[in-house]
Design a protein around this ligand. Structure first.
Ligand SMILES: Nc1ncnc2c1ncn2[C@@H]1O[C@H](COP(=O)(O)OP(=O)(O)OP(=O)(O)O)[C@@H](O)[C@H]1O
Length: 617
């Protein structure tokens, strides 16, 4: 045994020597740690004589013929990674908490006017007179929130418990205007003195006119005064319409209107330059088409408006010494009252501006402005950065979301449309289309496009239509081409083809008065096809529009949603046609994700009608 041991040792030493020799001639190489440890292990194995092996192994070796097999050692479960979070969870990460807690409202939810809580008898009657017999989905949720039964929540000033702000995302034509107009009229009707208490900001003049009509219709007989500021009239004319007293310096402001509907540009002009124009009494600040207005940085309008609703930061604190000096001056002569103000002219949050001392108190009496911000859009942004700019106060979200047409109420991950699936749609900016809208896409060559359009108008009886082009210039060109084809068509056809279709261009190139008259003629159905730029792609509500044609495909999905939303409003049927040039499809498929890739995706995912038209054959 000893002999064997010595031999093994000798063999081992010999091999070690040889290896050392070899290593000397080898270039030093970066040693892979695994290889190194392998060698070490080998060496250890060789160095260790059999007698020094672990006892357990020896014991096993000693019982090779054991009749009972050794029980396997208990094994621990292998470490495993937790399941990857779902797409929904990932998409919802980083979203505003308020958005995650949104109220999801199915579009089919309606409520008869007579069953709706919180509406006054006067309002109920007025709505019924206007032919409104039931509340639409967005209204069923928003009215109870803005008009709770608690009378304190309807107060014009709530300095100690200010109301929560509201964000609403609901499809086009779903009745968002009434959803804010009704509560505003209901709450402001309790006012005694006229002050500017509701401000509605809209992106275009046409929308200002439309929203004013809605307010006038529902506030009839309530004594509320409604004004507009859009720059359509001279600045001094607007000033005279809005403010009663221009000469005195009134810290509480002066207003001839209770509700002001305006565009942001003119609003900023009045904030800066109209004496006694004040936003301190605002109870409501509505930003309609919010995503569009938030994208508009005109004169940094939003921060200026928000600043005007708050008391100035550099507080003019009056002390008891001031009061003492005041009484001293009173004893020594007449008090200067040129700057004195009527106390009730100041909103509670601004009362510290009065030249009276702050009386020390044990109770914290911090007063907040009572302005409640209401944001609306069919394509509301979920970008927390943009929303942060609004400085919302504990916002409450309402999202009107339904399942995509022709599918069950599930998203691609199998989640229900009324819940996280609906939120996923908001987070990924997949917008809900009106359920009554039929969408079609036609792919054609660039050269054929005018003829394809002419063909569509005749083959699908496209009348009472809005046709969108990419620019004011293209509107004029398309109208001329259409008239040219129509003349040729009528000359060529042997029989009488009926009256010609009246086509008219409508764009920002036209003076406001002409635009107004064109819209009125279209509303009166004297014009059958209105070819327009994106100027009226948002918000415009013309009930008889049965077709929308995107002659030039829109530049993004938001534009598409608003364009097609000019039809299929308030539960009516409507058709939307989009012409896409072959080259656009080809280029954009290759260079995804560029628009109209998203549009194609939208059509393909929702299995909407896509056809290719080659009228040259
Ligand atoms: N409860 C209702 N019953 C009947 N019609 C209604 C009701 N609410 C609103 N409408 C009508 O529906 C149409 C669309 O409303 P509105 O213009 O407010 O839509 P919207 O949601 O603001 O659309 P957009 O996003 O395109 O601006 C209007 O003609 C309006 O009078």
């Amino acid at each position: 045994m000893d002999k064997d041991k010595t031999k093994a040792k000798q063999r081992y030493l010999k091999r070690k020597k040889e290896r050392r020799k070899l290593n000397k001639h080898k270039k030093p190489q970066p040693v892979n740690q695994d290889v190194e440890s392998e060698l070490e292990e080998e060496e250890v194995e060789e160095q260790e004589p059999p007698s020094k092996r672990p006892r357990v192994a020896v014991e096993h070796e000693n019982v090779p013929n054991s009749p009972t097999p050794q029980p396997a050692l208990p094994s621990f479960p292998l470490p495993a990674l937790p399941n990857a979070p779902s797409k929904t969870t990932l998409a919802l990460q980083g979203l505003d908490k308020a958005l995650v807690d949104a109220d999801i409202i199915p579009p089919s939810k309606t409520l008869p006017i007579n069953d709706s809580q919180g509406l006054s008898e006067k309002m109920r009657k007025r709505l019924l007179d206007l032919g409104i017999t039931e509340l639409f989905a967005v209204q069923t949720s928003l009215l109870p929130f803005l008009l709770p039964s608690d009378p304190l929540s309807k107060a014009l000033y709530q300095p100690y418990d200010p109301p929560r702000d509201v964000c609403v995302s609901a499809p086009t034509g779903s009745g968002k205007t009434l959803a804010y107009a009704v509560p505003i009229v209901e709450i402001l009707s309790s006012r005694i003195v006229t002050r500017l208490r509701a401000l509605i900001v809209l992106p275009t003049r046409d929308l200002v006119v439309q929203v004013r009509e809605t307010f006038e219709a529902i506030s009839k007989g309530r004594g509320l005064k409604i004004g507009t500021a859009t720059g359509q009239h001279s600045f001094s004319h607007e000033q005279a319409q809005l403010v009663g007293d221009h000469s005195s310096s009134l810290q509480g402001g002066s207003s001839k209107v209770d509700i002001l509907i305006c565009t942001p540009g003119r609003l900023i002009d009045h904030i800066k330059e109209t004496p006694n124009f004040s936003l301190q009494h605002l109870r409501f600040l509505v930003v309609d088409e919010a995503d569009r207005l938030l994208a508009q940085s005109f004169q940094d309008w939003l921060s200026q408006v928000l600043a005007a609703t708050r008391p100035p930061k550099h507080l003019l604190k009056h002390t008891l010494e001031d009061l003492a000096s005041c009484s001293l001056s009173l004893s020594s002569g007449p008090l200067d009252i040129s700057n004195s103000i009527t106390p009730d002219a100041l909103a509670p949050a601004f009362l510290h501006l009065l030249p009276y001392p702050d009386v020390p108190s044990f109770i914290s009496e911090h007063k907040e402005p009572s302005c409640q911000k209401l944001l609306f859009s069919a394509t509301l942004t979920s970008d927390p950065g943009k929303i942060a700019a609004l400085e919302l106060r504990d916002p409450k979200y309402f999202v009107v979301q339904g399942p995509p047409s022709g599918s069950s109420d599930t998203n691609p991950e199998g989640e229900k449309g009324s819940g996280s699936g609906a939120l996923l749609n908001v987070a990924t900016e997949k917008f809900t289309m009106p359920a009554t809208l039929k969408e079609h896409m036609v792919i054609c060559s660039t050269y054929d496009k005018p003829l394809v359009f002419f063909h569509l108008v005749h083959s699908h009886h496209i009348l009472n239509a809005l046709v969108f082009t990419k620019s004011a210039e293209s509107t004029n060109r398309l109208v001329r081409l259409f008239e040219f084809f129509q003349d040729a068509y009528h000359r060529a056809s042997s029989q009488q083809e009926g009256p010609k279709i009246v086509v008219q261009a409508y764009s920002s190139d036209l003076p406001p008065a002409e635009r107004k008259s064109i819209l009125e003629r279209f509303k009166a159905r004297e014009i059958q096809i209105l070819v327009c730029s994106d100027l009226i792609s948002r918000g415009i509500d013309i009930s008889h529009v049965s077709h929308v044609v995107s002659y030039d495909s829109p530049v993004d999905m938001r534009k598409y949603v608003h364009r097609v939303g000019r039809t299929a409003r308030a539960g009516r049927e409507g058709d939307a046609w989009t012409l896409v040039e072959e080259q656009e499809v080809r280029i954009h498929f290759l260079r995804a994700p560029v628009f109209p890739f998203f549009l194609l995706q939208h059509f393909l995912f929702n299995t909407l009608s896509v056809s290719r038209l080659d009228i040259s054959k």
